[in-house]
Design a protein around this ligand. Structure first.
Ligand code: ADP
Length: 343
């Protein structure tokens, strides 16, 4: 029998795979389609131009920030701009040193290697990565025991672009090897998310009113991937209810049906806050205890729910644990009153 914890994780995972197909369709193909993150784009443009003029590979880059903010998209855009081939993998997919060795030895000069969730690489693999990044050499040990010998292979010039939602989990030797720069992706403004929604609606061939794009943007956790996901759900709702496009009424009803409140909190967020407030008197409470009380995975709380709640100023992280803020109390109070009025 699956536990509630597994069910929650499965829900997160299955909606993640649905979102993957959507990501492909709506992914910006040109720099000017990539909205926001201006500082990062300006820095990258200079790196790319300078490296192209010198006919060299660009240096290794690290992108970090919550899921769905556009890290993968940036890596793909860089490859496109450089006319380079990009090979994509992820930390958990590289299980053994041999996996990494085979990826690296199959690279051609100028290729880009994109490693998503790089914080999940194990330490032995990280150590093989250091010399590969620094001096393009791959040191591997063949055989075991007294007959083991170490060989050194030279690698073609390549660029590693890594992405993570948890930069603090990266060891400092690894972090220091991203000589091209470490870039933190910021949450988007509602205005930027609205632009992304309008662009996506155009690609999907659907009509959307300006006020409904604004409403979806407001509830999208400042995150493009979530905005695109909501846009699709609103389209389904409008279609089933006989609409030819998305108007404010359809958008509001579809979002309410998904139990997304006016600030973008879903029922998982509200449950976490409620438990923090009611069971632990607002905290401080440690992550492990909070995870057990909410039947959520610790990593899911840290990666999926917490960044947004921190951004809204609804929780604070202190050395003694998580605390619910005054704003969280106020917001939940308001939601409760609204819910009672609707009943
Ligand atoms: P991450 O790798 O950070 O999880 P992705 O790069 O996969 O995020 O982005 C998720 C989706 O969100 C993309 O497919 C794209 O449709 C959309 N997206 C992300 N960033 C932007 C942006 N700056 N402008 C327009 N769309 C974006």
């Amino acid at each position: 029998m699956s536990s509630p914890q597994n069910n929650n994780l499965n829900n997160v995972k299955s909606s993640a795979s649905l979102d993957k197909a959507l990501d492909q369709t709506l992914r910006p193909q040109k720099w000017d389609e990539y909205i926001g993150q201006e500082m990062i784009k300006n820095n990258l443009r200079i790196l790319i131009q300078a490296a192209s003029e010198r006919k060299e590979s660009i240096e290794h880059l690290l992108f970090y920030g919550p899921a769905g903010l556009g890290k993968t998209t940036l890596a793909l855009l860089i490859a496109k701009e450089l006319g380079a081939q990009i090979k994509t993998t992820s930390g958990p997919a590289i299980e053994r040193v041999g996996d990494l060795a085979s990826i690296l030895t199959n690279l051609s000069p100028g290729d880009i290697l994109f490693i998503d969730e790089v914080h999940r690489l194990n330490k032995t693999i990280e150590e093989v990565l250091y010399p590969a990044m620094e001096s393009r050499s791959l040191d591997i040990i063949i055989g075991k025991g007294p007959s083991a010998r170490s060989i050194q292979l030279e690698l073609p010039p390549f660029t590693l672009i890594a992405a993570t939602t948890r930069v603090a989990m990266l060891s400092s030797p690894l972090r220091s090897r991203f000589s091209g720069g470490t870039f933190r992706l910021e949450f988007y403004t509602n205005e930027e998310v609205k632009k992304i929604i309008t662009r996506s609606a155009g690609i999907l061939g659907m009509e959307i009113s300006s006020d409904s794009a604004e409403e979806i943007a407001k509830r999208s956790r400042y995150t493009p991937r979530i905005a695109n996901h909501f846009l699709k759900r609103c389209r389904d709702f409008a279609q089933v209810h006989g609409g030819s496009g998305i108007d404010l009424n359809f958008a509001k009803k579809a979002l309410d049906l998904m139990e997304i409140d006016e600030l973008g909190l879903n029922n998982h967020d509200r449950r976490i806050l409620n438990i923090l407030i009611e069971k632990f008197k607002g905290g401080p409470v440690g992550l492990q205890t909070l995870a057990a009380a909410t039947s959520e995975d610790e990593a899911t709380i840290e990666d999926v729910y917490e960044p947004f709640l921190l951004q809204l100023g609804f929780i604070e992280r202190t050395p003694r644990g998580r605390i619910a803020t005054e704003n969280a109390y106020k917001h939940l109070g308001q939601s409760q009153i609204q819910k009672n009025l609707l009943l």
